[in-house]
Design a protein around this ligand. Structure first.
Ligand SMILES: C[S@@+](CC[C@H](N)C(=O)[O-])C[C@H]1O[C@@H](n2cnc3c(N)ncnc32)[C@H](O)[C@@H]1O
Length: 231
């Protein structure tokens, strides 16, 4: 499905979110600036898609930093990201595109300092398995950030639900030229556990200091936690 929407993905993202998506990626990157500032930090952006979160993360990397790993299992999405990474100035911090499944990462146990993911986690076939796989790959003390949509309550929630369930799939169909191209979005957001439940899943999977920071009235939000350091 992501291969089929890849050609219009960036355009649609910016139109449908009125460019607020850029603020959310930037805010997420800022949250992890202390890790990103360490030249040797091993950083993975999983479900990186066309690489916009990776580009925001790169802004916080120092010169000669270890490259960020940007991974996704959709070749069409990933190749668009790879083009953005390749267009960076020579000598600037860079990213390497890796075709990989979030549930079976081709990475060693305890090898990463930071794993982040934006708007990809809720699409995983099994959330617990995803959290376990990230936990396996993180170093003790390594940090996790999951940016994804949420369903706010109250008046904002009701207006948002109409936009999300009716307007957005219609625009998606118009721009992509395919019936049902963006129906996945409200469906996957509806299936995603609310913040309290998601935090519980994170704790059960072995993360410490779990928290959720709502963005833009709770339309989206960032889950954070870390793999507990061994005593
Ligand atoms: C909505 S896009 C988000 C892309 C990007 N992170 C962003 O913020 O625009 C979701 C991405 O998750 C990827 N994805 C979904 N399940 C995956 C999995 N199991 N392994 C790797 N990538 C996956 C899809 O291919 C797609 O590129």
């Amino acid at each position: 499905m992501f291969d089929s929407i890849a050609p219009r993905y960036d355009l649609l993202n910016h139109v449908l979110s009125a460019n607020v998506d850029r603020l959310w990626w930037r805010r997420t990157a800022r949250r992890f600036r202390a890790v990103l500032a360490q030249p040797d930090a091993a950083v993975l952006d999983i479900c990186c898609g066309t690489g916009d979160l990776t580009m925001a993360l790169l802004k916080h990397r120092p010169q000669a930093a270890r490259p960020i790993l940007a991974a996704d299992f959709s070749r069409a999405m990933l190749s668009r990201g790879a083009k953005k990474f390749a267009a960076r100035k020579p000598g600037a911090p860079y990213a390497v595109a890796l075709e990989a499944d979030a549930l079976h990462l081709p990475l060693r146990d305890g090898s990463m300092d930071l794993i982040v993911t934006a708007f990809g986690f809720r699409n995983l076939a099994n959330y617990e398995a995803g959290l376990r796989e990230f936990h396996r790959v993180l170093k003790p003390g390594g940090q996790l950030g999951i940016l994804d949509f949420s369903e706010p309550g109250g008046l904002v929630g009701r207006a948002y639900a109409i936009y999300f369930r009716r307007v957005l799939p219609a625009i998606g169909q118009l721009v992509c030229g395919k019936a049902g191209a963006y129906n996945y979005l409200p469906v996957s957001v509806g299936n995603f556990p609310p913040p309290g439940e998601m935090l519980e899943l994170m704790r059960k999977a072995g993360y410490a200091g779990c928290a959720w920071q709502p963005y833009t009235f709770g339309i989206a939000g960032l889950f954070t936690g870390e793999r507990a350091a061994v005593a």
